[in-house]
Each structure stands twice: as structure tokens, then as C-alpha cells.
Design a protein around this ligand. Structure first.
Ligand code: ADP
Length: 657
């Protein structure tokens, strides 16, 4: 409708009286209005004109030839022509005029009052009213549009939506809501929402609903476990919010989706994860138990072989014994590999952070493989850049393991030429840390290119006949790579078949602070004797008892044996000792328990402070920490390293010079 004062007001006058028409035109001309007037003399022409043209206002004489004014007005409205109409009446026609107002006219006034002022004021009023009417119609239509849209969204969404009123009755539910819960809309509408809950929860649900009505809390997410009408259990994710309409009526709007599948998948995943963890744990435990079980008799074999090797033997026996020792050592390496691998897999590896002599680690490692290298006629080379600091801080045991694995492989797969360990210092990557590049170079058989990426996988070997020719489990490189990664380093390989391989490891180490002197622990060169020392060996395995006794007696130690922790404590209560070797796993009473009883003074109180050395199967940090926690002074791993054993006894009994 027209609001712009510049545009002419379009007026239609329907009047059969020429004099009245002229008077109307005159009055209009004299008004200050800008207008466009169309006059017609009868209702039919008026209606036809209205159908063709748009007008802002119709002035209608109610008394017309043919159809009267009321008819025309009704026809207009039926056709949806909402142009405002003002009725022109003759004197004393108020009744009819009121009738016309009821049919939709906006105003009426007698023809005698047609003058410029009256027309201006009537037009202004008519236009204002009609403007308001139009706005209302627009608003209503927009509202209807919104309603329609809301309705479409409401029913098309897969999310269930419902409105419950203050009494808790469903006043609106969408299709999805009814589908999710299995109740038809009719069954839900105007019924109490507790219909969805088991009887025992009704009270609680009503209370929550009441509280919610009283106290708007914003959108409140929740999770409900309900039964559908057919009894099937479902889990719903629900968010409730409070809605208050214009009249102040409150409703709870609940939006919910069925998350039963998601929940089920989540639970299945969790269950699968638990099962996988259990299986992994079982595997690790099995592996470590098995390797432990195998290790115990292996220790006896190795220990006794070593003792026999130190005694005079004829050449043939010596050869046999060396073979036994060689095979037993190899077997032990494999067992240790498996144990290590399972520890790394289960994340049980803890790294050392101690000062060590890097040059010594390198030398020791090379010494370990030198025998093999000599046997095969392969030269061993070492080239360490003088820029590499001697004392570093980190895990020397793991470093040794890494280098030994690589160098061991290099010797294994090289039959002529050399194996070289070369070490250089790379530019700093982590501030304050020395980045070492340690390469093991060999001139061996090499590795085919397509195998280069897979050799680091566990149980993988480059050649199918490797196992037959060279032995091995295919675990060495997997362990090596894991150990390198565990320390934040990198490992690379390059190789050419028939020419050789280069395995390079990059690792960061802090510079250590201990002096070389503090790190060395040289062995005395004179004949070893620890005469007068009394040692109690608490160990259940007869072979191990025997081996330990043989070794210790060779150093003139007085050895007493006890079969388990209980017997050990009894021995301590009866006799005098300088040192106890304590196995950890024993029947009746284990080593940890026995040590605890001794240290707490509950048993053998007089020997409360006696040095106790654990006999362990492995040297892992966890084991050592546990050993320390229980108050033991030190540990030795089986099979015993004679030198290490000697030094430890010497130190703990105060016999070191
Ligand atoms: P294995 O116990 O079989 O030696 P590793 O994981 O240590 O297991 O090595 C995997 C495979 O990688 C070996 O079987 C061998 O085929 C190949 N390999 C490793 N190092 C070398 C090397 N220096 N030269 C040639 N082949 C090598």
C-alpha cells in the first residue's frame, strides 16, 4: 500500500450521479492531495476496473443501478481484493452504511460532506488503517510461512521432538519421536510423559519435570535409558529446554536422538579393547614366564659349562664344552630377545638416565663380537670422531643393546672384508644435547632393496633361507628400532646386495659430568680370594645352588645353602653371615617377602642390616627398582658374570682394596 507522499493516490469512484461525481472531483482538486482519479457509474464496471487495475482506495455510492454497493463490496472481498472502501451515503442512510462497514468497508460519510478537508482526512485515515491492515496481513502470512517451515522441519527430522506442558502432558510430538519410542502420536498426545518410564521412576520423573518448570536452566543435556513400547531397551541422548509462550504458559521442549547403536558399538569397542589388552597381557606374561622358565635351566647349563671349561680338559672334551657353551649362549640371546620384545610391546621398558663412558660402551661392544669376527676372518674397525664427548648421560645398557644387535648382524651376514663402527657428532637438534650418528658398516651380503622397509618388522628376515643359514628370530631389528624410537632417535639403513649394508642410528645424549675415574671399576689382577667371607645362598633350584656354590667356593668363600625364604631366615637366625644371595621366586617364601621380614626386624633381627643381593633373571629397571624398594642392596643376573659377582661381593663386604 502506498506510503510514499510523492506518488499519486489512486482513487476509484463508483457513483451513478453525475452531479455528485463532479462535486467529488471538484473537492479533490481543491484538496492538497496528489491523486489519480478513475470514476465509473455502475457496480459492474467498478468491479471490472478493480480486476484490471490497482487502487489505493475506493469511494463507493451504496445506491447504484443494477448491483448495489454491498454486493460489489462482497464480490471484491471474495475475489481477494482488499482495497479499502469508503462508503458515500445520502442523508439518513446510516443503517445501510453500518451494514456495509460490517461487510468490510472502512468508513462512511454523507455525500453532503464531500469537501476538500473531509476527503483529505477520510483518505488519510483510510490509508493509515489499510496500511496497518496490510502490515498485519504480511505478518500473518510470514507467521504462516514460518509455521509451515517449522512443521516441515519438525516432521522431517530424524531427531525426536516433543513438547510437554506444565501438567506433564504431551502437547506436540513429531514423527521421529513417535518412531523412536514406538508409540503412535495418538497414544502420546495429551497423555502424561511418564507413560514412557517404568513405574518405579514415575515419582522421580514428575519431580524433575516440576523442578524444570520452576527453574529454567537453559539447555540441559541428559541420557535416558528407556524401553520402547515393544519392550526393546534404548539409550537416548536428550536435551531439555524451557519454552514460555506469549500467554506465559510454560512447556518443556525435549529433543532426543537414539544413541543405542553408538552406545552398543562403544561398549563393544571397550570390550574388544579390554579383551585385546588381556590377550596382550597374557601373551606378555606367557612369554616372560616361559623365558624365565627356560632361563633357569639354561643358567645351570652355562654356569656348569663355564666351570668345566676352567678345569683341565682333554682337547675333545674342550671342543664339546665350547660347543655347548656357544649354543647355550645363543639360546639365551634368543630367549632374552623374546623377553625384551614382549616388554617393549607392553610398554614396560623404562630407560636409564645415568652417566657413562661412551668409548667404553663402544669398546665393550666390539670386544663382545671380536671373537666371532676373528673366527670368520672379518676385520673389526672403529672410527670415533674426537668431537664425540667421552662421558655422556643416558641409557648405556640400551645403547649397548642397539649397537650389539647391529654389529652382531653385520658380522653374521659378512664373510669377508670388514665391519666398522663409525661415530660422528651431528649438529645440535635438541638444545644442550649431543646428537650422535653411529653407523655400523659391513661388506657382507647386503639386503635386497624391496626388503629394506620390512626388515624392521618383527619376525621378518630378508632371505627365506636366512634362518637355516644364519639362525636368528627376526626380532633383533624390531627391538633395535623400538629402542631407538623409545629414546627419540632415528634409524636408517642403506644397502646394496653383494656389497654390504650401513645401519645408522641417530640419538641425542646430554653430556655427562662424572669423571672417567669414577666410572671405572677395574678388577684386581692378583689371584682372587675372598677368604673368610660367609655367604648364605637362598635359592630353590638345585642346579643353580650347585653352580653358585662352585663359583663362590673357588674364591674361598664359605657357602651355606637354603631352599627358600623361610629356610634362609632360619639359617640367618642360627648362624653368622656376611652376605646373602636371595633368589626372588621361590616356593614357601619368596625373596621379597623374606627380605621384608629381615629388614623390618620381625625375623632374624640381629641380621637386620646384612647386605642382601637379589638373584634376578633380568636386569630391567623395573626389577631393579623393585629390588631396591624391598631393601635389597644390589642384584646379580643369572647366568652369573664371574667378574661382576666378584666385584659385588668385594664391595658389599668391605673387602675392596
Ligand atoms: P635376525 O634375528 O634374523 O637377524 P633381525 O631383525 O636382526 O633378525 O634382522 C632381520 C633380517 O634383516 C635378517 O634376517 C637379515 O635378513 C636382514 N639383515 C639385518 N642386518 C643385516 C646385515 N647387516 N646384512 C644383511 N642382512 C641383514
Amino acid at each position: 500500500m502506498k506510503v510514499d507522499p510523492e506518488l499519486p493516490i489512486r482513487i476509484l469512484l463508483v457513483d451513478d450521479d453525475e452531479v455528485d461525481t463532479m462535486a467529488f472531483e471538484r473537492a479533490l482538486r481543491k484538496s492538497s492531495l496528489v491523486y489519480e482519479l478513475t470514476s465509473v457509474a455502475d457496480a459492474e464496471t467498478g468491479f471490472a476496473t478493480l480486476l484490471k487495475q490497482q487502487f489505493d482506495c475506493v469511494f463507493l455510492d451504496y445506491l447504484l443501478p443494477g448491483t448495489d454497493g454491498i454486493r460489489l463490496l462482497k464480490d471484491m472481498r471474495e475475489m481477494g481484493i482488499n482495497t479499502p472502501v469508503a462508503v458515500l451515503t445520502s442523508q439518513g442512510d446510516e443503517k445501510i452504511a453500518v451494514e456495509m462497514m460490517k461487510s468490510g468497508a472502512l468508513d462512511y460519510f454523507p455525500k453532503s460532506e464531500v469537501n476538500p478537508d473531509k476527503l483529505s482526512s477520510v483518505l488519510r485515515q483510510v490509508l493509515r488503517v489499510s496500511q496497518i491492515e496490510t502490515q498485519k496481513r504480511h505478518a500473518e502470512s510470514a507467521l504462516r510461512e514460518n509455521e509451515r517451515l517449522l512443521d516441515i522441519v519438525f516432521n522431517a527430522t530424524h531427531v525426536g521432538i516433543c513438547l510437554t506442558n506444565a501438567e506433564g502432558l504431551f502437547v506436540r510430538v513429531n514423527q521421529a519421536f513417535s518412531d523412536i519410542l514406538g508409540w503412535s502420536k495418538e497414544e502420546l498426545l495429551h497423555h502424561h510423559f511418564t507413560l514412557l518410564f517404568k513405574e518405579e521412576y514415575h515419582q522421580q520423573a514428575r519431580e524433575l519435570h516440576r523442578m524444570f518448570m520452576l527453574q529454567p536452566l537453559g539447555v540441559v543435556p541428559d541420557e535416558w535409558v528407556l524401553k520402547r513400547k515393544d519392550g526393546q531397551k534404548i539409550t537416548l541422548s536428550v536435551s531439555n529446554s524451557l519454552y514460555q509462550d506469549d500467554r506465559g504458559q510454560r512447556f518443556v521442549v525435549s529433543v532426543l536422538s537414539d544413541i543405542s547403536e553408538k552406545k552398543k558399538t562403544e561398549e563393544e569397542l571397550l570390550e574388544a579393547k579390554r579383551a585385546a589388552e588381556l590377550a596382550a597381557k597374557a601373551k606378555t606374561e606367557f612369554l616372560s614366564n616361559m623365558s624365565h622358565e627356560i632361563r633357569t635351566p639354561m643358567n645351570a647349563v652355562i654356569g656348569l659349562t663355564e666351570l668345566l671349561l676352567q678345569e683341565p680338559q682333554n682337547e675333545r672334551n674342550l671342543e664339546y664344552l665350547r660347543s655347548i657353551k656357544y649354543s647355550a649362549d645363543n639360546l639365551l640371546v634368543i630367549i632374552n630377545d623374546i623377553l625384551d620384545f614382549s616388554k617393549i610391546e607392553s610398554g614396560k621398558i623404562t630407560l636409564e638416565h645415568i652417566d657413562f663412558d661412551f668409548y667404553k660402551v663402544a669398546d665393550e661392544m666390539l670386544k663382545t663380537i671380536s671373537h666371532k669376527a676373528n673366527e670368520k676372518g672379518v676385520a673389526l674397525r672403529k672410527s670415533i670422531s674426537p668431537r664425540v664427548p667421552r662421558i655422556l648421560k643416558g641409557d648405556p645398557y640400551r645403547l649397548n643393546q642397539i649397537l650389539l644387535n647391529l654389529a652382531g648382524n653385520a658380522i653374521k651376514f659378512t664373510s669377508a672384508g670388514y665391519v666398522e663402527l663409525s661415530v660422528e657428532l651431528l649438529p645440535e637438534q635438541v638444545p644442550g644435547k649431543n646428537r650422535l650418528k653411529m653407523s655400523v658398516v659391513d661388506t657382507g651380503i647386503g639386503i635386497p632393496e624391496k626388503k629394506l622397509t620390512t626388515i624392521f618388522e618383527s619376525f621378518t628376515q630378508a632371505y627365506t633361507d636366512t634362518t637355516r643359514l644364519f639362525g636368528g628370530t627376526g626380532l633383533g631389528l624390531a627391538i633395535t628400532r623400538n629402542l631407538v624410537h623409545l629414546q627419540g632417535g632415528e634409524i636408517h639403513v642403506s644397502s646394496e646386495t653383494g656389497k654390504g649394508s650401513v645401519f645408522s642410528v641417530e640419538l641425542d645424549f646430554e653430556t655427562g659430568h662424572l669423571s672417567e675415574q669414577e666410572l671405572t671399576n677395574e678388577l684386581p689382577t692378583t689371584k682372587r680370594s675372598l677368604q673368610g667371607i660367609r655367604v648364605l645362598v637362598v635359592e630353590d633350584n638345585k642346579m643353580n645352588q650347585f653352580v653358585a656354590k662352585q663359583i663362590l667356593q673357588r674364591w674361598d668363600i664359605r657357602v651355606t645353602l637354603a631352599d627358600n625364604g623361610e629356610k634362609g631366615i632360619e639359617a640367618l637366625e642360627e648362624g653368622e653371615f656376611d652376605l646373602v644371595f636371595m633368589d626372588l621366586q621361590m616356593p614357601v617364601m619368596g625373596g621379597f617377602e623374606a627380605t621384608e621380614l629381615i629388614r623390618s626386624g620381625q625375623r632374624a633381627a640381629k641380621q637386620r642390616n646384612i647386605p642382601i643381593v637379589a638373584l634376578t633373571a633380568d636386569a630391567f629397571l623395573e626389577t631393579r627398582q623393585r629390588v631396591t624398594k624391598y631393601g635389597m642392596n644390589d642384584f646379580v643376573t643369572k647366568p652369573f658374570d664371574h667378574d661382576e659377582l666378584f666385584l659385588k661381593i668385594q664391595r658389599l663386604t668391605g673387602r675392596s682394596s
